[in-house]
Design a protein around this ligand. Structure first.
Ligand SMILES: Nc1ncnc2c1ncn2[C@@H]1O[C@H](COP(=O)(O)OP(=O)(O)OP(=O)(O)O)[C@@H](O)[C@H]1O
Ligand SMILES: [Mg+2]
Length: 350
């Protein structure tokens, strides 16, 4: 049984008994060792712990008991009878004052500790409520965005639309798609952070995944996929792994200007399979590498001019780590392009 599970009454009795024993133990040690060893200082331990566990009044009670114990253990009574009351009385009073000050300070600390704990619990409760309503909102948002994207896609193919109307509806479809992607990214981040995302692991051919991701991107003609010498496979959840790669590709296209090319290399090295996305774009200062994969980790400089939440790379890292893999980012500096990689354990067979 844990301490916190004990009912209040037995717990109080136990606390009182333990402190009486503690004062008695220090008293005996103080008596046996004699005044030159200064074991009196150890009365502070039961005094402080009594205040912390039982409150100020109980602390003062133990302080008074410690003072009485000290009085007899150091034979103040005998000395008072032999040499006069002044010095023993003075010593006793100063000790009691000292213990009382310690009690007051400990009680103050205890009160602040309790206030902080209850504030923390309150904040946690509020955060939980807020997160719950945000998750509900994002869920609804994703649903509506998906319906909007679907409706605009079917409208876009209608022969009755004029060219400018079709391009308008196309933009609408794209933006609804972006909204759906952001909303579902946020939901996935929430699940990965709370550890509630169940991965559906199957053998995944990285060559196929890279080609599909390139073909479905905003600018397939700017992307070149380079395959390894032999087929490379991993055990992964294909939808989530694809999302991780999409984030790299989307960044590479966004942070480099057309017609600069982006390459996706499928690699195999030392028992790991990797996807490496390289671009010739704005790059970044290598000293800022550690910021990249953090939540909301947007860098200062040219990339600030683009819209972005700073969640794409964070999501990629969470997904890759949930698969037991690692991520990596390199750049020689601003304006020199960048190279983002993800590595997963190699599967034995596809
Ligand atoms: N290929 C790249 N070249 C240079 N900087 C990059 C590249 N990819 C990412 N970055 C930097 O890393 C930051 C974080 O990228 P991340 O994808 O997480 O967020 P984002 O692109 O700003 O927004 P979003 O959440 O919409 O993807 C970017 O803001 C940018 O500063
Ligand atoms: Mg991004």
């Amino acid at each position: 049984m844990r301490w916190g599970d004990l009912p209040a009454r037995p717990r109080r009795v136990l606390i009182v008994a333990l402190h009486l024993v503690a004062v008695a133990v220090v008293g005996v040690a103080d008596y046996v060792s004699g005044p030159q060893y200064e074991l009196r200082t150890f009365y502070l331990i039961p005094v402080m712990s009594a205040t912390w566990l039982g409150g100020r009044a109980f602390g003062l009670g133990v302080a008074a008991l410690a003072t009485v114990s000290l009085f007899f253990a150091n034979d103040y009574l005998g000395r008072a009878l032999a040499y006069g009351i002044d010095v023993p009385l003075w010593n006793t009073i100063t000790r009691f004052v000292l213990y009382s000050v310690v009690v007051l300070l400990t009680a103050q600390l205890r009160r602040q500790d309790r206030e902080l704990r209850s504030r923390r619990d309150e904040l946690l409760r509020e955060a939980e409520l807020r997160e719950g309503s945000i998750a509900l909102f994002v869920h609804e948002l994703r649903h509506s965005a998906a319906s909007m994207a679907l409706a605009s896609a079917s409208l876009e193919s209608s022969p009755r639309l004029a060219d400018d109307e079709r391009s308008f509806v196309g933009r609408l479809r794209q933006q609804a798609g972006d909204l759906e992607r952001v909303a579902s990214g946020l939901l996935t981040i929430g699940r990965l952070e709370s550890g509630s995302l169940a991965l559906d692991l199957v053998p995944v051919d990285l060559d196929r995944l890279a080609c599909d991701a390139a073909a479905a991107s905003n600018a397939p003609d700017r992307i070149e996929v380079r395959h390894a010498a032999r087929p490379v496979a991993v055990r992964a959840d294909p939808d989530h792994l694809r999302r991780a790669l999409d984030n790299y590709i989307r960044n590479a296209l966004a942070y480099s200007a057309p017609p600069a090319r982006v390459t996706v290399d499928v690699v195999e090295r030392e028992g790991a399979a990797g996807l490496v996305v390289s671009d010739a774009g704005i790059g970044f200062d290598p000293r800022e590498t550690s910021k990249l994969f953090r939540k909301y980790g947007r860098l200062s400089g040219p990339s600030e001019r683009r819209d972005g939440a700073g969640l794409g790379l964070y999501l990629t890292r969470l997904i890759v780590e949930a698969h037991g893999g690692t991520v990596d980012a390199r750049s020689e500096g601003r304006g020199t392009g960048a190279r983002f990689a993800l590595y997963l354990p190699l599967a034995r067979e596809v």
